[in-house]
Write a protein that binds this ligand. Structure first.
Ligand code: PLP
Ligand code: COI
Length: 343
């Protein structure tokens, strides 16, 4: 059911779906995309034999439109989402979508739902969800002949209710998210479907999310279920390298650039054994993504071992990076990298 903007309390949003007015839809048939158009948000018909319904041929992106202090609307590095959308499409044998058209459609759908952008001082955002599905009918395992791009938006608050207070995470040795040669680097629906059971189980034990380890050694950190992982070890900012099993996060890339260019920090992209998190040399830890922004990790647990970071408070470098990133995104800090795009 559609909610009128006046009925939404933008100051107490979580990360829940709220229906907005308009979505963008484009169809691919006979080897080409149509122009695409804005239509009222709503259901559509799909064949029970659609490839997405049977074999999960689907990809998505996650982006945010933010309201700045002076009322402007900004997007954060949307060209990188457009590029990753096509990288994911390539992995799933789906057609590419023109990056300029992608950004133009994002701007159209944000503008059309402008009243749903949470105000600057609420800290919320208009979350943008572009998806592509193979909706053509199929029965053998092969790519669909027809596709649909849909872009919809929903106002959101923090992904983790704990927000910048920090979260407790469990390192799992029971489940993995992706293996070498798999689909871990693509933003495909299937990666997320398989993470729901591990997340349900960990939440029942009181943790916010799981940290997945590499599927070969069950030792090196891959990522958090919905965000990339970072730690400060011996004063260096470290994050798992892009080995093909983790999502190449746009927030991750930006944090590495901020740490190097603005904070003069040493950075390393390398294998991180989960055992390093239990040593005194590891002083801070956080996870990062569009939805998660920068969320401090208060503690990690594996089996009967627990490590609490910075006495359970956000670490100093975590806070600096958070302030820089969100400051640039809201145009409170000069955007020297030219990351922000006005809608
Ligand atoms: N890792 C996973 C599994 C994610 O779902 C996300 C969210 O998009 C990220 C990392 C972070 O990526 P980004 O910073 O581009 O949002
Ligand atoms: C994002 O951060 O945009 C994500 O896609 C994470 C999650 C909500 C799936």
């Amino acid at each position: 059911m559609i909610m009128e903007p006046k009925d939404i309390d933008f100051y107490s949003l979580g990360f829940n779906f709220i229906e907005t007015k308009i979505m963008f839809v484009s169809n691919y048939k006979d080897g080409k995309w149509d122009e695409g158009k804005l239509i009222p948000f709503g259901n559509f018909e799909i064949s029970p034999a659609a490839c997405i319904l049977n074999y999960g041929q689907g990809i998505f992106e996650g982006m945010k439109a933010l309201r700045t202090k002076n009322g402007e609307i900004t997007l954060f590095r949307p060209e990188l989402n457009a590029q990753r959308f096509n990288d994911s499409a390539d992995r799933m044998l789906m057609p590419n979508y023109n990056p300029d058209k992608f950004i133009d459609a994002i701007k159209q759908v944000v503008k059309a739902n402008e009243e749903y952008i949470p105000p600057y001082d609420s800290g919320g955002a208009l979350y943008i969800r572009p998806i592509m599905i193979g909706n053509g009918p199929i029965v053998g395992v092969k790519p669909a002949m027809e596709y649909k791009v849909i872009m919809f938006v929903t106002p959101v608050g923090p992904y983790f209710p704990e927000g910048f207070q920090g979260i407790d995470l469990e390192i799992t040795k029971k489940y993995t998210r992706s293996a070498p040669g798999g689909t871990g680097a693509a933003k495909t629906c299937c990666n997320y479907a398989g993470s729901m059971l591990p997340v349900k189980e960990t939440k029942e034990r009181g943790y916010a999310q799981v940290i997945f380890l590499d599927a070969v050694h069950m030792e090196y950190i891959d990522e958090v279920g919905t965000a990339n992982f970072f730690a400060v070890i011996n004063g260096t900012l470290v994050t798992p390298e892009l080995s093909g099993t983790i999502l190449p996060g746009i927030t991750r890339k930006s944090i590495l650039e901020l740490a190097t260019n603005k904070l003069g920090m040493r950075i390393e992209e390398r294998d991180i054994s989960y055992k390093e998190l239990f040593e005194d040399t590891c002083s801070e830890s956080f996870c990062a993504g569009t939805a998660a922004v920068i969320t401090p990790i208060k503690s990690v647990v594996i089996e009967d071992k627990k490590r609490i970071f910075s006495e359970g408070k956000p670490g100093e470098l975590t806070r600096k990076l958070y302030e820089l990133l969100t400051g640039i995104q809201r145009l409170d800090i000069e955007d020297t990298f030219k990351w922000m795009v006005r809608v």
